[in-house]
Ligand binder design. Structure first.
Ligand SMILES: Nc1nc2c(c(=O)[nH]1)N[C@H]1C(S)=C(S)[C@@H](COP(=O)(O)O)O[C@H]1N2
Ligand SMILES: [Mo]
Length: 368
């Protein structure tokens, strides 16, 4: 029998009208977990609570034999061990990372893929070597356009067998805070977050932060691999070329107040003062303001946004007092950045379900 990968791998599909979450989506959701929203209380997402997104399998890597190969223009490729990288000057950067597909499960029609609600986010301190130092040593020449990062994980997507690989424009790759990171919150990277080495591109959606790095290559023409030219593009029909997904647009999330019902997770509060709190971030421009609503976004009032801490790429906390009276409410929150980018009421729709930053809504019942 002639078996082809293209027969085994499903084409991109939109859920039919009324079609519930499929077993394939459940299988993805069970592997790729979100951050429980109560963890928004922490400046740094505690180990194990950071969201996770892995296209294929988590590779098993022996750090003693692992090497990073860097193919630049200096003639001989660099071959760096973990010890070589750790011996170099390091930098630590606090970064809020969010999956570009965050919010996908709420789109109508729903693109069938990892069915995120709103929790595909986390904040960590990444320690590693500035990428540009390594690129300078490897030699960039005059002609480099993109820098291409290859992970050790391997699989098939839409019939195309591949290593997870992404290209990044050179100007972005040379950013001060772009790291080849070997530590997360002061500990070696855990296997699921890219051990022994991952790329960190602060301000960009998650797909750019390639895990389990094995090689870095510079190219003289724009990189045209699957994860840049087929996936992670904002398209309205499947045949379109679309626009590449890049930086994180403003978003804010509430810590759901009060306490939840186990099965529905519906929130319950008691009458009296309730402090609404949560986090907001933007990879485009610094945040300007956060607003909250208790009537589903019909009216808004300004929240207290904590001042910037010097961690440009990390989320910021906000609080807003609320005096709860018996009844049912839809709480909502939205963030706006210094360039005027804000969050829409309705989910912006596109074929892959990317860059959806609709306002976060939390239904709450206040007991009598
Ligand atoms: N090698 C490799 N890197 C990867 C991925 C992957 O599947 N393989 N997933 C990307 C995506 S889509 C996201 S959102 C982030 C998630 O990083 P985290 O799991 O550490 O939160 O990793 C990115 N880096
Ligand atoms: Mo992602």
């Amino acid at each position: 029998m002639d078996t082809r990968l293209s027969d085994l791998s499903l084409p991109g599909r939109l859920a039919g009208e009324g079609e519930q979450i499929t077993m394939d989506e459940l299988a993805l959701a069970a592997r790729n977990h979100g951050m429980p929203l109560e963890a928004l209380h922490h400046d740094l997402t505690p180990h194990g609570l950071h969201y996770l997104l892995i296209h294929f399998d988590i590779p098993v890597i022996d750090a003693r034999t692992w090497r990073l190969t860097v193919n630049g223009h200096s003639g001989t490729p660099l071959s760096l061990s973990l010890a070589d990288l750790r011996a170099r000057p390091s930098r630590t950067v606090r970064v809020t990372m969010e999956c570009a597909g965050n919010g996908r499960a709420s789109l109508l029609p729903r693109p069938i893929s990892q069915p995120w609600l709103v929790e595909a986010v986390g904040t960590a301190e990444w320690t590693g070597v500035p990428l540009r130092d390594v690129l300078a040593e490897a030699g960039l020449g005059e002609v480099t356009v993109d820098v291409v990062f290859t992970g050790a994980d391997h699989g098939v997507e839409r019939g195309i067998e591949q290593d997870y690989r992404r290209g990044l424009p050179l100007a972005e790759a040379l950013g001060d805070d772009v790291l080849l990171a070997y530590e997360m919150n002061g500990l070696p990277l855990p296997p699921q977050h890219g051990f022994p080495l991952r790329l960190v591109v602060p301000g960009w959606y998650g797909m750019a932060h390639v895990k389990w790095l094995t090689s870095i290559d510079v190219t003289e023409t724009p990189y045209t691999g699957y994860q840049n030219t087929v996936a992670y593009r904002v398209k309205h029909a499947s045949g379109e070329e679309g626009e590449p997904v890049t930086r994180i647009v403003p978003r804010s999330l509430l810590v759901p107040p009060g306490f939840p019902d186990f099965q529905t997770r519906h929130r319950i509060v008691r009458p009296g003062p309730v402090e609404l709190t949560g986090r907001a971030w933007s990879g485009l421009a610094p945040l300007e303001r956060v607003e909250v609503s208790t009537d589903g976004g019909a009216t808004w009032s300004q929240a207290n946004l904590e001042p910037p801490t010097g961690h440009r790429w990390a989320w910021r906390r906000f609080t807003a007092p609320w005096h709860a009276e018996p009844g049912t409410y839809t709480l909502a929150v939205r963030a706006t950045d210094a360039d005027g980018n804000t969050q829409p009421h309705r989910e912006p729709w596109n074929r892959g379900g990317y860059v959806n930053n609709a306002v976060h809504r939390v239904p709450v019942t206040c007991l009598a």
